[in-house]
Each structure stands twice: as C-alpha cells, then as structure tokens.
Design a protein around this ligand. Structure first.
Ligand SMILES: [Cu+2]
Length: 228
C-alpha cells in the first residue's frame, strides 16, 4: 500500500475517533442532568404536582458527599435532577420532603416565605409565613426563584438524629426524620427561570458556597416554562 494511502486511512480513523468522542461528550452534556417533563399531556387549567426532596448527602457517584435536591418524575421514579419542563401560566403544587439538618441563617430575610400563592407554605401541615432560624433546628435549604420573587425556607431536622445519607430517601422515610413542606405558585410565560437554594449548605467548601451550591442537579436548576 502506498504511504499516502496509509496516511489517509490513519487520518480517517483518527478523525472518526475524534468525532465519536465529541459526539458522546456532547450527548453526555446535553442529557446530564435530565429534564423531567411535567408539561406533557397538560390540560389548560389543570394544576401540576411536583414532589422533591432535599438530602444531606447524595450517596452516589460522582459526588456521594454532596448535598442535593432530588425530583420525583410523574412515573414515581426519583431522579437526580433539578431541571423541569413546566406548562406556562399554570398552578404548580410543590411538596418537599426535607431530610437534612439546619442552622441559623446568615441572612434572616430568606426565613420569609415569599411569592407563593397566599404568601405561605405549610410545614408538616401547619401554615407558616416566616421561620425564625434561631428557633428549633434552623433552616436547611431554601427553594428560591429570584426572577419570580419566590422564596421558601425549609425547616431543618435535629442534627443529633441519624439522618438519611443516601438518596432517594423515600423508600426509607419511616426510618429517617424529615419535614414536609408544601406550597404553590403560578408559572409565568415561556422562558427559562433559574432557581436555587440560598443557604450556604455545601459542607467542606469555602463559606459553604461552591461545589453542590454551584452545580445544576444539586442545589440549583431551571424552571423551563413551555407552551402546551
Ligand atoms: Cu441548600
């Protein structure tokens, strides 16, 4: 075989390999974390129910020690993601099972419930408008959508209790303490609205503010509001 032909074949193989690697890499970036579709088959005027949980440590690869949110998909499966497709101009009923501990807030403002329907949440069935983070177990996380003015503080569990350390915690909910927080809000028009936790809850990171606090799928995500 001529040298030029051999070089052509080698170049073709190298290019194909590089192309495949790029394709696989991009596919991974596109699909991780996945987006849960709460907008499919949505009928106008119908509310959407979402169940989430907050866990002190994810318990799995690649970051078993990172604090995280989890999302229950419409089929009941728990998924490690914070990305959701939501129908526009729709009431969203959120339930959060909070399995993590809490602490006093650095900024008392985020102990206030804001932007929900009625301006309140329920904490284990009781109506609450503001949490005093210096009382009881303090605040573990928040669910906050700055562009929509939404803020919901999540009451902590006693740090002396044995807390759930492997997500999802639902299968073992009777074993581990948790607080159940419920609230509702209206989605706006089509757009991507970032949401996040505002408690610096990333243990082991400078000021608790990097790692899971800056990673989609853990302590922040997007409301992807779509037309249905
Ligand atoms: Cu948090």
């Amino acid at each position: 075989m001529a040298r030029s032909t051999r070089m052509l074949i080698v170049a073709a193989i190298v290019l194909t390999a590089a192309g495949l690697a790029t394709f696989v890499g991009m596919a991974f970036l596109r699909s991780n974390p996945p987006t849960i579709d709460f907008a499919a088959n949505h009928k106008a005027g119908q509310a959407v129910d979402i169940r989430l949980q907050t866990v002190g440590s994810y318990g799995h690869y690649p970051h078993p020690t990172w604090v995280t949110y989890m999302t229950q998909a419409p089929d009941g499966k728990w998924v490690h993601t914070t990305l959701w497709d939501l129908p526009a101009h729709t009431r969203i009923n959120v339930t959060i099972d909070q399995y993590d501990s809490g602490s006093p807030l650095r900024n008392q403002q985020i102990g206030q419930v804001e932007g929900t329907i009625g301006g309140y949440m329920t904490l284990n069935g009781k109506k609450v408008k503001v949490l005093d983070s210096y009382a009881g177990n303090g605040v573990g996380h928040t669910f906050s959508v700055p562009t929509l003015g939404i803020n919901v503080p999540l009451y902590g569990n006693s740090s002396s209790a044995t807390l759930c350390a492997v997500a999802p915690c639902s299968a073992t909910s009777s074993k581990y303490p948790h607080n159940t927080i419920k609230f509702s809000f209206m989605t706006p028009g089509v757009g991507q609205y970032p949401w996040q936790c505002f408690v610096p809850c990333a243990a082991g990171f400078l000021y608790g503010n990097s790692g899971p606090m800056q990673t989609i799928g853990y302590m922040d995500g997007f409301l992807k509001v779509v037309n249905t």
